[in-house]
Design a protein around this ligand. Structure first.
Ligand code: ADP
Ligand code: ADP
Ligand code: MG
Length: 461
């Protein structure tokens, strides 16, 4: 089946991104929006827009009935869920399909299987992908969990099987803490995700987060190499790169092949990401989870491979086979993405919505700014604080960093505080330039290197 129209069941920069890809393919675009988003860039860019409810996400973007009703009313052929919201909701995918439309993503079964982080670990193991030492499945109770901790050793992570977006994870350093945290973690997971299921993983210290982009059409599966996403705050990515630096060719081959093996094992369709922790000292990598959707940081992969991942998702949804063979996918140069959020980095990243008085965006070869902003736009307070992503491509990592510094200096968002100063500081940092960081690097760095700089900044104000 070929598709002619698509409903975008999301908001923000990713909605804008999907509209651009859909238009490039000649598709008719229908944007849903909440009462807080009537003035959004996505609504302005789409061919048509449908209001679906109150500002609170559970009344609009998370409201399956409302989104489906809009899709049916406009008789669209397909629904693209973006990331977050309903993108990894298997029931939603199923409902879209049952209503005779195409869900732009993998099958509901694949989402169900891989979205459950415990089930996904099992699939990975069976596909021969190394996983982080930990529980075999969900832990039934504190007693079983305790026995596992005694076997694998502290520190451990207590993780919610249904967790995501950096939520539902607790680090535990000693047994006393473990006894206290375990019951809390279960209650919290039940409340937050409607599923109290927990599993245990050993903490891989000083690891890097490396992930592999996969594409599948149900029959053929390819990888588009890997991304490095270790610069994180509260387990949420802040800065991402492609490719990951410091991997030997043989390790890169093994890593990417393991992601393709996993895609094959479930007959994957669409774009997805297999996430790993990479222990550089041991030269080992461990599977952590699969995201069955487009990811925030997908543009760095697009910059180095030249593949438009969102167009590819739409083509696959329309029934076309993958447009690339593995041997056609190659890396050229290096790309870095900075997530620009409406948060004040000098006030503990307090979210700070408001009106953008002036917007100046850097331009030129190898520079891309994916955003929901336009001059005069009032950022609503109800959603994720991501305003945009600055993505820069260079001949190699050093060239990319140098271009990034120039681009950041030209990016101006006036009227609200943003995380631009954080990125300026990161792009100037010697350890970042030297690739000397891991997933917990930013924690300490924010308290030392950045605090020192922000001290200067406070004085300068
Ligand atoms: P990526 O994996 O693409 O880097 P993030 O982890 O930043 O993306 O998540 C993308 C968006 O999806 C964020 O807005 C995040 O808060 C949201 N998100 C992801 N998983 C969940 C979940 N299980 N529950 C709620 N929000 C989620
Ligand atoms: P989410 O579903 O919220 O994205 P992940 O399981 O992908 O959760 O983990 C998010 C982040 O938490 C990782 O990128 C990494 O920084 C950290 N993390 C997760 N598991 C481990 C582990 N076993 N050891 C060390 N760090 C981990
Ligand atoms: Mg993750």
């Amino acid at each position: 089946m070929t598709i002619r129209s698509v409903l975008i069941a999301n908001r923000g920069e990713i909605a804008v991104r999907i509209i651009r890809a859909a238009k490039a393919l000649g598709l008719h675009t229908v944007q849903v929006y909440s009462q807080a988003d009537a003035d959004s860039l996505a609504v302005r860019l789409a061919d048509e827009a449908v209001e679906i409810g109150a500002p609170a996400a559970r009344k609009s973007y998370l409201n399956v009935e409302a989104v489906l009703a809009a899709a049916k009313a406009k008789a669209v052929d397909a629904v693209h869920p973006g990331y977050g919201f309903l993108s990894e909701n298997a029931d939603f995918a199923e409902a879209v399909t049952a209503a005779g439309m195409v869900f732009v993503g993998p099958s509901a079964e694949a989402i169900r299987l891989l979205g459950d982080k415990v089930a996904a670990r099992k699939v990975a193991k069976e596909a021969g992908v190394p996983t982080v030492p930990g529980s075999d499945g969900r832990v039934a109770d504190a007693g079983e969990a305790r026995a596992i901790v005694e076997r694998i050793g502290l520190p451990v992570m207590i993780k919610a099987a249904a967790g995501g977006g950096g939520r539902g994870i607790r680090i535990v350093a000693d047994m006393e803490e473990f006894e206290r945290q375990f019951p809390q973690a279960s209650a919290e997971a039940a409340a937050a995700f409607g599923d109290g299921g927990l599993y245990i993983e050993k903490v891989i210290e000083r690891a890097r987060h490396v992930e592999v982009q996969i594409l599948g059409d149900g029959r053929n599966f390819v990888h588009c190499f890997e991304r490095e996403c270790s610069l994180q705050r509260r387990r949420q990515k802040v800065w991402e790169e492609a490719p990951a630096f410091g991997l030997t060719p043989s390790l890169r081959d093994k890593l990417c092949a393991s992601a393709v093996a996993l895609a094959k094992a479930v007959g994957y369709s669409g774009a997805g990401t297999v996430e790993y922790l990479y222990d550089e000292a041991a030269g080992a990598f461990y599977f952590i989870e699969v995201n069955t959707r487009i990811q925030v940081e997908h543009p760095v992969t697009e910059m180095v491979t030249g593949i438009d991942l969102v167009q590819e998702m739409l083509r696959i949804a329309g029934g076309a086979p993958l447009s690339v063979r593995q041997e056609d996918v190659a890396i050229s140069g290096h790309a870095i993405e900075c997530r620009i959020n409406a948060e004040d980095p000098f006030r503990d990243f307090m979210p700070w919505p408001g009106t953008v008085e002036k917007l100046s965006v850097p331009e030129g070869h190898g520079i891309r700014f994916d955003t929901l902003l336009y001059g005069g736009y009032a950022v609503p307070p109800f959603y994720d604080s991501l305003l945009g992503k600055l993505i820069v491509h260079g001949a190699d990592r050093a060239d990319c960093l140098s271009r990034l510094r120039t681009a950041l200096a030209k990016l101006e968002i006036q009227g609200i505080p943003t995380t631009i100063p954080l990125h300026v500081a990161l792009a100037a940092d010697a350890d970042v330039a030297g690739g000397r960081f891991h997933t917990r690097f930013l924690e300490g760095w924010l308290e030392t290197a950045f605090a020192a700089r922000s001290g200067d900044k406070e004085v300068a104000r």
